[in-house]
Design a protein around this ligand. Structure first.
Ligand SMILES: [Zn+2]
Length: 328
């Protein structure tokens, strides 16, 4: 990627901090990304190390885009966990070691000398879709990010709705069965406990593994390299696309279970437009249809005709674009 893309215009650096990698890039006000870098996040080594990796990524982006003559308005950061709007602290991001409360904006500003804004990563992805992706024609929508876990965000009147504590939009933790399986959050029966990576791979492995001879030659077994515990939603989607029966069944059920949770969300907030991103956004259409059908069957009558479920458009650059958009 070259500096020319940014040349002359206004841009911000977007930083998408995940449990495994940190992605960063320069993003123009038109949503064009350049100078992208990916570095390990080293989340297992504690917040100091994560911040130092993030600051390094920002410096790499700036040096890759330097000389283009553009004006950098600052750095936007997306990160898992609840980001408080009152004090800017990032609290307990899941899968980050020794992390209680960290002032990510303050610490990164100190390390980079730039203005920094931080937001929950599902919210930044939702914002990216609102400004440049599947949400451009919708003032209000429910965003779901479905990958290893299930996150979400609410876009109201074109803006992120955070709630007073900054924790709004956690659709993955809507309970769909009070006696259901335990969830990572400590509750049981959350939609994430049914359709997150762990459940999907277990359920698929059970279906495929039940018939030993067939399992050997199954599309899924090949995609998983012989180890079904490594199955993730993207792999299961791929297998479904290739006609794998078990994958199709598991994903149809999962789509319907998400639809159950979404119907409750629609009944509460009266926003019938849903956009689904994350690893599953590449899944075949039937998954989205399963979610929409289940929603329609469960929402109150006035919402039925308005229900729509569509896939996100920005793929895995949504995090970087949305984080940078915090500065526009
Ligand atoms: Zn939960």
């Amino acid at each position: 990627m070259s500096a020319q893309t940014v040349g002359g215009g206004t841009f911000a650096v977007g930083v998408d901090i995940g449990g495994t990698t940190i992605k960063a890039g320069a993003v123009t006000t038109g949503g064009v990304v350049s100078g992208e870098v990916v570095v390990p996040s080293r989340a297992e080594e504690g917040p100091e190390e994560v911040l130092s990796q993030a600051a390094g990524a920002v410096r790499s982006v700036l040096s890759a885009t330097g000389g283009g003559g553009g004006t950098c308005t600052g750095v936007g950061v997306g990160i898992p966990g609840i980001v408080s709007t009152a004090d800017g602290l990032v609290r307990y991001p899941p899968n980050f070691q020794d992390w209680a409360e960290v002032d990510v904006s303050g610490e990164l500003a100190r390390r980079t000398g730039m203005r920094v804004r931080t937001e929950n990563d599902a919210n930044t992805a939702a914002l990216a879709e609102a400004k440049f992706g599947a949400g451009v024609n919708h003032r209000d929508f429910v965003f779901v990010i479905w990958g290893t876990g299930v996150g979400g965000g609410l876009i109201l009147d074109g803006k992120i709705f955070r709630g007073p504590g900054g924790g709004a939009g956690e659709i993955g933790h809507v309970t769909i069965d009070r006696q259901g399986p335990p969830c990572n959050c400590g509750n049981r029966g959350c939609v994430e406990a049914y359709i997150g990576q762990k459940y999907l791979s277990q359920r698929t492995a059970k279906l495929v593994g039940g018939k030993d001879a067939a399992a050997e030659g199954s599309v899924m077994m090949k995609l998983a390299g012989g180890d079904l515990s490594t199955l993730d939603p993207a792999m299961i989607s791929r297998a479904a696309e290739l006609g794998d029966e078990a994958a199709t069944r598991v994903l149809t059920e999962a789509g319907a279970m998400l639809g159950v949770a979404l119907a409750s969300v629609v009944n509460v907030v009266d926003i019938p437009t849903v956009i689904i991103g994350g690893g599953i956004s590449a899944a075949p259409e039937f998954v989205f249809r399963a979610a929409a059908d289940e929603m329609r069957a469960r929402v109150l009558r006035p919402h039925r005709d308005a229900v729509s479920v569509s896939r996100a458009l920005l793929g895995n650059t949504a995090g970087v674009i949305g984080a940078a958009s915090l500065l526009f």
